[in-house]
Structure formats: C-alpha cells, structure tokens
Design a protein around this ligand. Structure first.
Ligand SMILES: Nc1c(NC[C@H](O)[C@H](O)[C@H](O)CO)[nH]c(=O)[nH]c1=O
Ligand SMILES: CC(=O)[C@@H](O)COP(=O)(O)O
Length: 163
C-alpha cells in the first residue's frame, strides 16, 4: 500500500519566514471551507509564512481572484510568493459540476504558469458531501493542509533556483 502525505510523519521542512502567501477560498460550503482553511493555516503558520486571505463565493471565482490579488500585490510592491486555493465542488444533477470543477482547476493552472507563482490547489471535486468532509477535515484527509504544503514545496524550489 503506497503511503501518502497524510500517512507520513509531519517532517520538518525549512521555514519560509516572512514569505507572503495568498489564500483564496471559495466559500460555497461554509463548514467545508472552515476545515480547509484551518488545515492550510496550520501548515503556513508552522512554516512562518505571512498569510493574506481572499474570500469569494465559489470555485469559479477563485482563479480570477487569485490573478487580481497577485497583480495588486505586485503594484503595491509587496508580491506574494505563493498561492493556496481552497474550495469544494460537489456534483449536482447537471453538467455544471464539470464546468465548475474543470474550469477552476484549469484557471488555477493558467494563473500559476502565467505568473510563475507557486500554487497549491485545495479545491475538492467530489460526488457527495461525505466524500467532501472526509477530505476536508484536518484530522482526516486535510486537503487544505496538503495544498499549503504543495505551495510551500514549490516556493522553496523557486527560492533555491531563483534566489
Ligand atoms: N456548485 C458549486 C459552485 N457553484 C458556484 C460557482 O462556483 C460560481 O460561484 C457561480 O457559478 C457564479 O459564478 N461553487 C463551488 O465552489 N462549489 C459547488 O459545489
Ligand atoms: C457543481 C454545482 O454547481 C452544483 O451546485 C450544481 O448543482 P445542479 O447540477 O444540481 O444544478
């Protein structure tokens, strides 16, 4: 059985003290958003990051909000070093699930590549509420924490390669 991040002991990675990290959360489901945000904040706080949180209605708004916030931070001379995207898309009766899930993921990848910014995608795309909570809860799947760890891994890489 392969191990995953949640199976591994919480190894200590080098701190990123002072790194400005943007969290963009789609708060379509409040209780799920709370879990995802808690997990991401725990990881980022432990790494010493400076967090700024932007909240939007749903997953479709997350990529646009990330781009707006990235550009705004550049204009004020306080750029973000990484982005963590959070949210949850639960399948309903129509094709809209595919649009919201697919386009938010595509949009986030476009934002990351266009800006060369480390980005962790913690937007869940699931079929049921139960699946969502199993993955969002910090004591279970902790996908919010996982997205933050992924963003920090890319941030450390970028600092190493582009000091
Ligand atoms: N059904 C879900 C949505 N839908 C809303 C969209 O994200 C968007 O806010 C709307 O289409 C207006 O542009 N959003 C989620 O985050 N999760 C869902 O399950
Ligand atoms: C993923 C969604 O947008 C979801 O709320 C849509 O539900 P439905 O397909 O039943 O309208």
């Amino acid at each position: 059985m392969v191990t995953t991040r949640s199976d591994r002991a919480g190894g200590e990675a080098e701190p990123v003290t002072g790194a400005r990290v943007l969290i963009v959360e789609g708060r379509y489901y409040e209780a799920l958003a709370d879990e995802l945000l808690s997990g991401a904040r725990t990881v980022l706080d432990a790494a010493g990051a400076e967090i700024e949180i932007v909240t939007v209605p749903g997953a479709l708004e997350v990529p646009v909000a990330a781009q707006i916030a990235l550009e705004g931070a550049e204009l004020e001379g306080r750029p973000f070093e990484a982005v963590v995207a959070l949210g949850c898309v639960i399948r309903g009766e129509t094709y809209h699930f595919e649009i919201v899930a697919g386009e938010s993921a595509r949009g986030l990848m476009d934002v990351a590549l266009a800006n060369g910014v480390p980005l962790g995608n913690g937007i869940l795309t699931v079929d049921t509420e139960a699946q969502a909570f199993e993955r969002a809860r910090t004591g279970e799947g902790d996908k919010g924490g996982g997205a933050a760890e992924a963003a920090l891994a890319l941030l450390r890489l970028k600092r190493r390669v582009m000091p």
